[in-house]
Every structure is written in C-alpha cells, then in structure tokens.
Design a protein around this ligand. Structure first.
Ligand code: MEV
Length: 323
C-alpha cells in the first residue's frame, strides 16, 4: 500500500490576475487530501468501479504523467477539503495521487515536489480548458508560502518555471517561495458558502469579461500592485498591512464580478473580528478567508452566518508520503 497526503491552499492575494501573469501569493493549509493505492484485480475508487471520465485529474496523472501500465489499482481518497470551493482540492488530489503512485512504482526514490507540481499543473490545465496558473498545484506540492508571477518577484527564492499554451497564447510563470516570520500571532479562517463553483467556469467568465470590456485589465494591474504590497507586509510580519491588502484585493475581485451574495454575507460576518477579509480562489461561491488573531471568534461568526469554517496556520508542509 502507498499513501500520500497533499495540503490544500489558500490564495491571500492575486487570484484570477495570476492566470494573466500578474503575481499571486498563496499558503498551504493544514487540511488536505490523502490518497492510498494498492494493487488489485480490477480498477476501483472508493470501492466502486473506476470511471476515468469522473476522475479527470487522477486519470491524467496515471495516463499522461506516468504512462502507468501496471496492475489495476484500488484507489482510496480521503479529503478534508470542501470540493470546488477554492481550496485547491483538485490540485491536492493530483499531487497526492502522483506522490502515492511514484512511491508505489519506486519506493526508494526521493519525492520530486517540482515534478509533482508540473504534473498537477498540466492536469489542472486539462480540466480548465487551457487556462490555469500553477498556483494551486505548486503551493500544495511545495508547502509554505508560494509566490507565482510572470516574472521572478524580488526578495523571493526561485524554485522553478512553468509554461502553458493558453487560448490567449503562451504564458510562463516563475514559481518562488518566501519565508513567513516565525511566531506570527495570526491564523486564517476559511468560510465555505456551501456553494461549489468550478474554477474553469469562473476563469472563463473573467476571460469573457476582459474580452467584452478591455478596461477591466486595469483591475488586473491593480491586483498585481496590491499583491506586491501584501507580500512585502507579510514578509515583514506587518499583519495590519496584510489585512489592508486583503480588503483592497477583495474590492478589485468584486469588480471582476467573481464575488457573490453568499460570499459577501460571510465576509461581512467575519470582518469585525478580522485584520482583513476577502474571497479566496475562483469565487462565484466557494470560500472566503479572514486573517485574524481570534480564529475561534471568526469561526463562530462564520458558522452563525450559515458558513462552514476551517481554521489553519499560514503555510503548512507540502505533499508527503505517509507510508
Ligand atoms: C484558483 O484557485 C485560482 C485562479 O486564479 C485560477 C488559477 O490560478 O488557475 C482563479
């Protein structure tokens, strides 16, 4: 049996804009996905027949990334993430599946986090009609705090580069890491609206908006500037500055039409006890995130407002083998 765990992610700044080469900052979260595999006489997932169409990320890892032609596998997936909620559950599934499969094939080989991030990115791109940044997969694979941008961002440690053919032409990103100061007295609280929102659809919606109204490109540029300011505040441990950048980023995301009444409701509930609040991930439904010194109070406020809260530190460990 091979078992691997990959964390979910939370984008602090830069979602959507990062698809167009602007910077984004994301942290790995405590919750994630565990995948276990073992050889069997037939292909199953969760005890049922494995249908490749229903599991495009796992199928992409097996067929396209590994060209797997070994014995059928019994696959089990345990997820601690809300799905289609902006927490990178499909990236975490790809990474955990890739890590478990790599361990199953060659148990003595060290885990290749960059290779897994690349495989996961191509699986996401497949599922998102060619428009996917490497943010979710790189954050889940590498862990900690990850910066993804069209150009290497000053003061961060370069890890790898990624390119992708998108409907708008070839895009490339530099993926780097930054260190969050130790002992920060702050947590993130994610609040799920209960409404799943497929990333591909939201990304396509933003592409149509930009097409219909090219002046929206200014919002993308503004998100890029806010992301730089938020990153500088985070690296300096200036939590108030991070909070202000999150609030401002949310206003720009609203003008890209990716918020929703349900997200606004949870954001308003969390705001009084938070340093900053915004939607996180693709939006439309999915999750909001609050940065706070009082995570229990924010979680309570989210729950009373009808959302499902999840508390995490900023920057958990990346994908890992469990056995
Ligand atoms: C999804 O978690 C983040 C988006 O920016 C899409 C992407 O980066 O591929 C909306």
């Amino acid at each position: 049996m091979a078992r691997a765990f990959a964390p979910g992610k939370c984008i602090l700044f830069g979602e959507h804009a990062v698809v167009y080469g602007h910077p984004a900052v994301a942290v790995a979260i405590d919750a994630g996905v565990e995948v276990s595999i073992k050889e069997s006489t037939k292909w199953t997932i969760e005890g049922m027949d494995f249908d490749p169409i229903r599991h495009p990320h796992i199928t992409h890892i097996l067929r396209d990334a590994f060209n797997y032609d070994g014995a059928p596998l019994e696959i089990d997936v345990k997820s601690g993430l809300f799905s289609a909620a902006g927490l990178g559950s499909s990236a975490a599934i790809s990474n955990a599946m890739g890590a478990a499969l790599q361990f199953h094939i060659e148990p003595d080989l060290a885990i290749d986090r960059i290779g897994l991030a690349r495989m996961g990115h191509s699986a996401e791109a497949n599922a998102q009609k060619g428009r996917a940044s490497p943010t979710d997969t790189a954050t889940s694979a590498l862990g900690g705090c990850v910066v993804v941008s069209g150009e290497l961002v000053d003061g961060t440690k370069h890890i790898f580069d990624a390119t992708l053919d998108t409907p708008e032409g070839e895009r490339s990103w530099s993926i780097s890491k930054t260190t969050i100061p130790d002992g920060l007295d702050a947590w993130i609280v994610l609040g799920f609206t209960g409404i799943g929102s497929p990333t591909g659809r939201m990304v396509a919606g933003v592409a149509s908006l930009l097409d219909a109204d090219p002046s929206k490109e200014k919002e993308m540029e503004a998100i890029g500037k806010i992301t730089h300011a938020g990153l500088a505040a985070l690296s300096a441990g200036n939590l108030e500055g991070v909070g202000i950048a999150m609030d401002t980023c949310h206003e720009k995301l609203k003008s890209l039409q990716v918020s929703s009444p349900e997200l606004e409701h949870l954001i308003n509930a969390a705001r009084p006890h938070s340093l900053g609040v915004k939607l996180t991930g693709a939006g439309g439904g999915g999750c909001m995130v609050a940065l706070t010194r009082d995570p229990r109070r924010v979680a309570e406020a989210i729950e009373i407002a009808g959302g499902k809260p999840l508390i995490s530190k900023l920057g958990a460990e990346g994908v890992r083998i469990l056995s």
